[in-house]
Each structure stands twice: as C-alpha cells, then as structure tokens.
Design a protein around this ligand. Structure first.
Ligand code: HEC
Ligand code: HEC
Ligand code: HEC
Ligand code: HEC
Length: 176
C-alpha cells in the first residue's frame, strides 16, 4: 500500500471512531432522571430544573418577544424553527435518531449538560462518579454553557459564568 493510501485509510478509521463515540448513547428524557433525582434529602434537582429557565425555554419561543424576533428574521414559527430550537431544546439541537424518551417540550434538559443518559442511568453505575463518566456522564464547564450563551443568541447581553452557575445551582446537600 502506498503511503498516501495508508494515510487515507487511517483518516477514515479516525472519522469512523469519532462518530461512534458521539453516537454511542441515547437521550432518555428528564422524566427518567426524576425517578432518582427529585428527593429533598439529595437536592431535588428535577424540581429545581423544572422551575428554572432551561426547562421553560420552549415556552419562551411561544411568547410575544420570540414572535417579534422571528418576524424580523422572516421566521414563521420560532417554536418549530431549527434556528431557534437548536438552543432552546435538547431535542431540537440533537439527532432525532438518538431520542429514546426525550421530548421537545422539555426545553434545555438535564442531558444537554450531563450527556445522554442511556449508558449511566442505572443505580449501580451512578453511585460511582468514575463509572458514570466512563458511561457518558458529563460534568459541565463554562465552555459547554457558551455553546448557547453567545452572540448567536438574538437576545444575548453577555454571560457571567459564576453568576449564571449560582442562578441554576442544584447541589446535592448529602454529597461529601
Ligand atoms: C436509578 C437511579 C438514577 C437515575 C435514573 C439517574 N441517576 Fe444520577 N445519580 C444517582 C445516584 C445514586 C447518584 C450518586 C449521588 C446521589 O446519591 O445522588 C447520582 C449522581 C448523579 C450526578 C452527580 C455526579 C457527580 O459525582 O457529581 C449527576 C450529574 C447525575 N446523577 C445526573 C443524572 C441525570 C442527568 C440522569 C438522567 C439522564 C440521572 N442522573 C439518572 C442515581 C440515578
Ligand atoms: C442548549 C443551550 C444551552 C446551554 C448548553 C446552556 N444554556 Fe443556559 N439558557 C439557554 C436558553 C435558551 C436560556 C433562556 C431560557 C428562557 O428564558 O426561555 C437560558 C437561560 C439561562 C439562565 C437564565 C438567565 C438568562 O441569561 O436568561 C441562566 C442563569 C443560564 N441559562 C445558565 C446556564 C449555565 C450556567 C450553563 C452551563 C452550565 C448553561 N446555561 C448552558 C440555553 C442553554
Ligand atoms: C445560540 C443559541 C441560541 C439561539 C440560536 C437562539 N437562542 Fe434565544 N436564547 C438563548 C439564550 C442563551 C438565552 C438566554 C440569555 C440570552 O438572552 O442570551 C435566550 C433567550 C431568549 C429569549 C428571552 C429573552 C429575555 O430577555 O427573556 C427569547 C424571547 C429568545 N431567546 C428567542 C429566540 C428566538 C426567537 C430565536 C430564533 C430566531 C432564538 N432565541 C435563537 C440562546 C439562543
Ligand atoms: C444548564 C446545564 C444543566 C442542566 C440543564 C442540568 N444540570 Fe445538573 N449540574 C450542572 C452543573 C454546572 C453542575 C455542577 C457541576 C460541578 O459540580 O462542577 C450540576 C450538578 C448536578 C448534580 C450533582 C450535584 C452535587 O452537588 O453533587 C446532579 C445530581 C445533577 N446536576 C443532576 C441534574 C438533573 C437530574 C438535571 C435535570 C432534571 C440537571 N442536573 C440539569 C448543570 C446542569
């Protein structure tokens, strides 16, 4: 084999490998996380999220402000347009083929920030942070937030990570 075709083969393998990693897990939906993450003793993350901005991000797209922004851009319905739902909904921003239980109206759901849950959702894996991460759990950082909190957002007014984290905090008081 010539060195040129060897390089070609190697780059094919590289791309096949990276798609595999990106598509290894399915999005199971916030209702599944709720089963274990809604107890007051461990921080009721589901309740806090459901009352916060991210769970309600799809409702915003049906409001008057969203309709006005859409009209300016010639968009008929912001609540179904790809250029809006890609940041306002986990389902709207990811491939439908991997939505095992994820709904559009969940808005920006747990799995946008923590990774699709099909691999880490069982109690035996979740008990260990290390095993969870091996099976797709993400502990988000500022860069992840900035994939949506940036100039491409029509209403962007800047993003202060420390302040933003406080506003969406959902810690587990029982964690050491
Ligand atoms: C079968 C129960 C169960 C389900 C379902 C579940 N978890 Fe967990 N999760 C746990 C347990 C147990 C822990 C360990 C800490 C604790 O007791 O809360 C944990 C820990 C976590 C942590 C903290 C990891 C760390 O070490 O900082 C995150 C984040 C998390 N889960 C997210 C999710 C998300 C998102 C979903 C849904 C896609 C989900 N979990 C579904 C049981 C579950
Ligand atoms: C998938 C896109 C997406 C990601 C990733 C994301 N957000 Fe958001 N966030 C939104 C949208 C959309 C809204 C507006 C919700 C609304 O008002 O309807 C929002 C609103 C907020 C708000 C309410 C205040 C405001 O500016 O309107 C805070 C605070 C926030 N996000 C923090 C964070 C943090 C912290 C992270 C990372 C850990 C993060 N977000 C990641 C899409 C995202
Ligand atoms: C790049 C990601 C992104 C895109 C694309 C996006 N949004 Fe947003 N949207 C956000 C974020 C993040 C917020 C909260 C903070 C901010 O305004 O940047 C938000 C907030 C909003 C708000 C609430 C503003 C407020 O002050 O309460 C409206 C309304 C809105 N978006 C409408 C739209 C419409 C309509 C579209 C499509 C034309 C759209 N967005 C596209 C990320 C996005
Ligand atoms: C906008 C992003 C975002 C969304 C949406 C989100 N989380 Fe988180 N979550 C975070 C961040 C950031 C942390 C703090 C990570 C750290 O400790 O560095 C966190 C921490 C956690 C922890 C660990 C708490 C601790 O103190 O050990 C759990 C459990 C958790 N999230 C579950 C969930 C569940 C369940 C949902 C949906 C119901 C959810 N999260 C939605 C960003 C998010």
């Amino acid at each position: 084999m010539s060195s040129k075709s060897l390089i070609f083969m190697m780059s094919l393998l590289f791309f096949a490998g990276s798609t595999l990693i990106a598509q290894e897990y399915d999005y199971i939906g916030a209702a599944k996380c709720k089963m274990c993450h809604n107890k007051a003793a461990t921080g009721q993350q589901y309740k806090i999220w459901s009352e916060g901005p991210h769970a309600n991000a799809m409702n915003t797209l049906s409001g008057d402000q969203a309709k006005a922004i859409a009209a300016e851009r010639g968009i008929a319905d912001p609540a179904t347009d790809a250029s809006c739902i890609k940041c306002h909904s986990t389902a709207g921003g990811t491939d439908e083929a991997f939505h095992a239980g994820l709904k559009m109206d969940e808005g920006v759901s747990c799995e946008t920030c923590h990774g699709p849950g099909s691999g880490y959702k069982s109690n035996s894996i979740m008990k260990s942070r290390e095993k969870s991460i091996e099976n797709g759990l993400i502990i988000p950082d500022e860069n992840l937030c900035r994939t949506c909190h940036n100039e491409e957002s029509p209403t962007f007014k800047g993003f202060n990570y420390e302040e933003a984290l406080k506003q969406i905090a959902h810690p587990n008081p029982a964690a050491e």
